[in-house]
Each structure stands twice: as structure tokens, then as C-alpha cells.
Design a protein around this ligand. Structure first.
Ligand code: PEP
Ligand code: MN
Length: 263
């Protein structure tokens, strides 16, 4: 279902009036996690001013350690919806279990399947049944074929609104958190009709590399970006090192816009 034979002109994923996979880039941005009302409202204002169309923010957080902050859950989703409505943004947030889909669906315009759950087949099937647009991140050590098969799980349940997200893969390199696989963009474009966006934040792990990876992804032909932005990155409850300030996010989207005009 994700192949070119099924969709020769490329699949355009519609989220309300927004179209992902057409010429205009989609920009999603916001904090790693929703932390409180003031934080998410400031983040929403900042990313809106910087040109984002989506507010991102984790409410169910997939943390490496069970002792780390696990997210505000439904309360976080409510705050995100409120901040997004106040600023004219769409909401994207991650679900880590199939029994969160109904709740998250009340507040979100798009659901994210995170890298750690790319092969959680029950979750994939259930978001497939939900028909809510899905952002499917690549697994930490998954091949492109495995990733496209994961997309097939969602689509085979009748939900064709799937956007892929390259967020870096695990390699021997330790200078960055993950290694952004820029080559995934042309390979995915060759093997499937699905839109693909880049998450430079979880690839880089460090804010100072985010701009370079964003530009590389767009130059390679990606359909958009999802970037972590926090009103006060140093104080962030998760992923503090990689989040941009709203100011540096604005500078980045300006450069991205200039690049997009020439590629
Ligand atoms: C996230 O986007 O919040 C996240 C946890 O990313 P990933 O699943 O790519 O690690
Ligand atoms: Mn994060």
C-alpha cells in the first residue's frame, strides 16, 4: 500500500486544511515534553512566530529509565490543545500504548509512533483502525524495509494517512546521540509514495548541530521537519541539551525557507 504502484503521484497526507507531501514544507516544533501551562503556551507562541504549523510535545513519554519524568498524560494533552488553539497550530503527540489512542485522539490532530514502538504491531494496527493521521518514526536500529513494513501495518487497517520520520539510527559514532541517515530520504522516496520528514533534534542530541542536520534533510528532499523547541532549554525536564530556543528556531526556519526556494 505504501508503494508507488498504489499511488503514482505520491501520497499527500491531509491534516485538516494542511497537506503534507506537497511542495510546501511542514514544520512541527515544540518541547520534548509538556511540563506545565506556562511552558507549553510560551512554546506555542514561539514556534508559531517561527513559522511552525504543528505544536509538538510529549504527554506520554517513552523514557529510557523508569525513574525519569514520564509525562503529564491527559492533563498535558489538554494544555497542549489549549495552547495550540490559542495560537492557530495543529497538535501532534506520541502514544506509547494502544489504550491511549482514544484519549489522545480527543486532543491531537496527528499521533506519533516513536522510535521505540516502531514494531509494536498491536499499536500500529490500532492507530491504523483509528484513521487519525500518523507520524511513524524510524526504529533506533531498523532498516528502511522494516520501517516501510511497519507503515504497511497501519495502512493495511485502512489508515493511509502515514508520514515517515527519520530521527537518526544507532551506529558506532558517539559524537551525536544518533546518526542522521540522510540517505533514507532518497531511498524512501524511491521505494514508497509516503511523505518523509526529518527530526534533527533526536538525531543530533545537541542543539548546536540541529540547524546543519535540518538543512541537510531538506536539501535531500524531505517534506518537512520536526524540531524540539523549549522556552528555556536549560530548565527542560527531558532532552535539555538538544532543544532550541524560540529565537534560534526562528533563525533556522528562515534559513530552511531560503534553501527550500532553491531545491
Ligand atoms: C520524541 O519525539 O519525543 C521522541 C521520544 O523521539 P524518538 O521516538 O524518535 O526517540
Ligand atoms: Mn525528546
Amino acid at each position: 500500500l505504501a508503494s508507488h504502484e498504489m499511488c503514482p503521484d505520491g501520497r499527500v497526507v491531509e491534516v485538516g486544511e494542511l497537506k503534507i507531501g506537497k511542495k510546501k514544507l511542514v514544520i512541527m516544533a515544540g518541547p520534548c515534553a509538556v511540563e506545565n501551562e506556562e511552558q507549553i503556551m510560551h512554546a506555542a507562541l514561539g514556534v508559531k512566530a517561527g513559522g511552525a504549523q504543528f505544536l509538538r510535545g510529549g504527554a506520554y513519554k517513552p523514557r529510557t529509565s523508569p525513574y525519569s519524568f514520564q509525562g503529564m498524560e491527559e492533563e498535558g494533552l489538554k494544555l497542549m490543545r489549549k495552547a495550540a488553539d490559542a495560537t492557530g497550530l495543529k497538535v501532534i503527540s506520541e502514544v506509547v500504548a494502544h489504550d491511549q489512542i482514544d484519549t489522545a485522539g480527543k486532543y491531537c490532530d496527528m499521533l506519533q509512533i516513536g522510535a521505540r514502538n516502531m514494531q509494536n504491531f498491536r499499536l500500529l494496527r490500532e492507530v491504523g483502525r483509528s484513521k487519525i493521521p500518523v507520524l511513524l518514526k524510524r526504529g533506533i536500529s531498523s532498516t528502511i524495509e522494516e520501517w516501510l513494513d511497519a507503515a504497511e501495518y497501519i495502512m493495511s487497517e485502512g489508515n493511509y494517512n502515514v508520514v515517515l520520520c527519520e530521527r537518526g539510527i544507532r551506529t558506532f559514532e558517539t559524537a551525536t546521540r544518533n546518526t542522521l541517515d540522510v540517505s533514507a530520504v532518497p531511498v524512501v522516496k524511491e521505494r514508497s509514495c509516503l511523505p518523509i520528514i526529518i527530526d534533527p533534534s533526536h538525531a543530533a542530541g545537541k542543539a548546536r548541530y540541529v540547524a546543519a542536520l535540518s538543512l541537510a534533510g531538506i536539501a535531500a528532499g524531505a517534506d518537512g521537519l520536526i524540531i524540539e523547541v523549549h522556552p528555556n532549554p536549560k530548565a527542560a525536564m527531558s532532552d535539555a541539551a538538544q532543544q532550541l530556543t524560540p529565537e534560534s528556531f526562528g533563525q533556522l526556519t528562515k534559513k530552511v525557507g531560503e534553501l527550500a526556494r532553491v531545491v
